[in-house]
Design a protein around this ligand. Structure first.
Ligand SMILES: NC(=O)c1ccc[n+]([C@@H]2O[C@H](COP(=O)([O-])OP(=O)(O)OC[C@H]3O[C@@H](n4cnc5c(N)ncnc54)[C@H](OP(=O)(O)O)[C@@H]3O)[C@@H](O)[C@H]2O)c1
Ligand SMILES: [Zn+2]
Length: 336
């Protein structure tokens, strides 16, 4: 996977349109979904839109919730992510991305094909990017195979005519469906199985309740046929919870799919642990999961003891490390 990790987010009507064909701004999804999008915004380093979206909708592209702004500040980030406008011409000086919220976020205007734009953002330290449209920008990034995750909120109305992102043949994989009041959220991922599930584990790590001292980790347990058996993240049910521990807690250890399953985790499973008697390495061995794919290895906490990965490998578990995911896995731990 290349950086930044790209989340494309859009609201569509039942008939698949992003807007109607009138000049007025059409807000398709309801307040609960707008708040969900606000939470996603708070979890990225930059938000990107096309020049026509700025001209048509005049968005501010800011995190709205004061609490989410404060949480970002506490982590050493700007209160709101960098605002990126893709355009071959200057943005109108009275556009709200330039005039509003300057104390909260910067705005840059970029021009160029998706690969170049992503390289430039990565060089500026953007690890997670959110693309909020419009149609052409979504289409171009999907066609360039530059989208890792697509979040589509389907609003309960028909629009009849307007922009839509047709014309890109691409196979996605459904990772979640969620009802958000009157809207339905569909989450899709793209890419090969190991890439999409490890990226999903890293995204789940962003959901961890904040902690000044403990790691924020995400994990997904996937059967050989691609069925998601369980997911977990640090401190999900209790402050001492580890991601792998809570995911495996949800599973019946007699499930015949576990030996053929893979556990994807953003951090190497712990091999030594002070908080509870059983390490995640031991939980994985007890559950009989046959394969572990991980993003990030920390130097061992206790010198001279074998790491979790080493113990798993010794016990016959296939262990795969994907170092190109390290920055994505580290992102929710930047305060450490
Ligand atoms: N429902 C939703 O979630 C949602 C979200 C956002 C927008 N929308 C709707 O989508 C519509 C706008 O979509 P759209 O397809 O017309 O436009 P768009 O994708 O917002 O913007 C396209 C324009 O951006 C500039 N651009 C795009 N890629 C570029 C690149 N790589 N380098 C430089 N410039 C680039 C070009 O214009 P210039 O170079 O001339 O600037 C291009 O014409 C509006 O109706 C809006 O309401 C809906
Ligand atoms: Zn652990």
């Amino acid at each position: 996977m290349r950086l930044p990790h790209v989340l494309a987010s859009a609201a569509v009507s039942i008939d698949g349109f992003l807007d109607d064909d009138t000049p007025e701004r059409l807000v398709l999804s309801g307040p609960a979904d707008l708040d969900r999008v606000d939470a996603e915004r708070a979890g990225v380093d930059a938000i990107l839109v096309g020049g026509d979206t700025v001209r048509a909708d005049d968005p501010r592209l800011l995190v709205r919730s004061p609490q989410r702004r404060a949480d970002r500040l506490a982590r050493g980030l700007r209160p709101s992510p960098l605002r990126v406008v893709l355009s071959s011409r200057p943005v109108a000086p009275d556009a709200r991305v330039l005039t509003e919220g300057r104390e909260l976020a910067d705005t840059v205007v970029l021009c160029g094909p998706p690969d170049e734009v992503l390289d430039r953002l990565a060089a500026h330290g953007v690890v997670r990017l959110m693309i909020e449209g419009g149609a052409r920008v979504h289409r171009d990034f999907l066609a360039a195979h530059a989208v890792d995750e697509l979040q589509l909120a389907i609003a309960p109305r028909l629009v009849g005519a307007g922009p839509r992102f047709t014309g890109v043949p691409l196979q996605g994989h459904l990772v979640e469906t969620r009802r958000v009041e009157q809207d339905v959220l569909l989450r899709y991922r793209f890419g090969d199985a190991d890439t999409r599930w490890l990226a999903e584990a890293c995204s789940l790590a962003e959901r961890c309740p904040p902690s000044a001292s403990a790691f924020s980790v995400g994990c997904v347990v996937v059967a050989a046929d691609g069925t998601v058996l369980a997911t977990g993240h640090s401190r999900r049910d209790d402050v001492l919870d580890h991601a792998e521990e809570v995911a495996l807690r949800d599973l019946d250890h007699a499930d015949p799919r576990l030996p053929g399953a893979t556990i994807y985790t953003s951090l190497e499973p712990c091999g030594q642990r002070a908080s509870r008697p059983t390490t995640c390495t031991q939980h994985i061995l007890d559950a009989g999961v046959g394969r572990v794919v991980m993003a990030w290895r920390e130097p061992p906490l206790f010198v001279g003891t074998p790491s979790g990965a080493a113990r798993l490998a010794e016990a016959g578990v296939e262990v795969i490390e994907r170092p190109e995911f390290v920055e994505l896995a580290r992102r929710p731990n930047l305060h450490r």
